[in-house]
Design a protein around this ligand. Sequence first.
Ligand code: F6R
Length: 619
Amino acid sequence: MCGIVGYVGTRPALDVVVEGLARLEYRGYDSAGVAVLADGESDERELVTAKRAGKLVNLRNALDETPPPAGTLGMGHTRWATHGAPNDRNAHPHLDCSGKVAVIHNGIIENFAALRAELEENGHKLVSDTDTEAVAHLLEDELRDGGTLADAMRRVCGRLEGAFTLVAVHTGDPDLVVGARRNSPLVVGVGDGENFLASDVAAFIAHTRDAIELGQDQVVELRASGVTVTDFEGRPAEVKEYHVDWDVSAAEKGGYDYFMLKEIAEQPRAVADTLLGRIAADGRLVLDEMRITDQELREVDKIIIVACGTSYHAGLIAKYALEHWAGLPCEVELASEFRYRDPILSRSTLVIAISQSGETMDALMAVRHAREQHAKLLGICNVNGSTLPRECDGVLYTHAGPEVAVASTKAFLTQLVAVYLIALYIAQVRGTKWGDEVFAMIQLLAQMPEKVEKVLETMEPVRELARSLANERSVLFLGRHVGFPVALEGALKLKELAYMHAEGFAAGELKHGPIALIEEGLPVIVVVPPRARAVLHDKIVSNIQEIRARGARTIVIAEEGDETVEPFADTLIRVPAVPTLFQPLVTTVPLQVFACELATAKGHDVDQPRNLAKSVTVE
Ligand code: F6R
């Protein structure tokens, strides 16, 4: 939600900032804006801003028409609107009354109405409907009382409630960009004679791979000569430096029309990378970053998984694996609901939070709630340096690489690998499965990259099918066991990309209501369990017959060699035969391809679906 870039150095700031915004546009695309301090000799510099509603291209066009003066210090913002309509006026940066302070913001300032009323009472003129603008005026007041922009920012942060990443510049501090964060992401890129601030390292990865992770409630002063980090009281803060293990090519489309297509194609590699280094020579699992001891794992008596959206679907699949291998009761919770109930947690509860971005506010709040109840916390996360891993006792990183398309694909498959690894690891530690059983599953898991590759090689008929269904109004998805979350995921992908009515159901629930939806020609995609799960398999074959008898157009995803489904499938999509618990790794891929192709056929931008943003940093 909202992308932020700041730069100070020797290059033209506008180029660096706009290039950074292009890499962050997945975070929001309601409007974009920049601010630059013009070069000059005086202590006070001209502050120039430009902003436009809509995608970044609108801002680029405006900048081409009226290029701002050259400057080596600047910042930029790409917005996902929360307060105020997505128009030019509400686009960031926002200025104070004097036009000397500019501010950009990601998050929600919850007490903004009170702050705004106070400012207006004191004579400030606010021109937008945003919460952000209040900060520019508060900084104006604080600067009048003396000190640098950083001093002013620290004092202002003390007055703000809610979630925020703020970046500000001031005409009177011509070599200083100030950033602050609470509950929203902000990372520093450390260059040679230049430094960067951004919501995500992707914004500066073309210039440096050395980064600093900022902690909660910290203020950063960014100068060309160096970086200083303090807490909101001005005390020096401890920071964690790290090196980003991917380069700029990973953040580019690499010849594909859309990031989503590239990310779907990268899945075999992403799955392989997530397994890498985790299987020792003797076949045992080694999860170094777990940081939860074997003794602590033996003491766990319940697991609760918290996550949102696609990550929640990974959590639903995790439940089957954890119960089966680790023999532990497992609940799966929508992170957004978790802390508003009274979940029963104790020191022996293990809470696993799954989040691609590591910045989803609902997931972070759920983790904090679990922390207060003294539960052990394990994160599954794709973004190094993000907030979630820092707030958990241990972490298992998925190595999907940067996921830029808003709809999650490769992150989902790697989350599945992570949950399989954790479930098998707990089984290994607690002895709930014999060593040779765990070993055998690990060997099979290691074969999954090639199975996913095989699925990708056979996707042309799925694409054709998707194009033929582009004018349908509704598609249903059915599954059983781990195929049920896959059905939910297939429906979510179709909703968010094709803007179509799509629903996933547990096939066993069909006769309890959803079968009433079946009408002549309605496409129903059915994920069939492996034949090895004979009872489930046969039951879903009956379900297919039941819906077909009522006119449904049946699109059946079944493993190779499963002939029983053939007579009842209008379209048959084959996937390699794999163990039941691993089947989501191969059955999800056709559903991703299906949704992507269907949405493309409708002319949608699959990387940036309407109303969505990649990382949901507000509740
Ligand atoms: C769907 C999608 C979202 C995310 C959800 C959680 O394609 O991408 O549903 O899965 O917003 O995001 P993370 O995993 O970053 O917490």
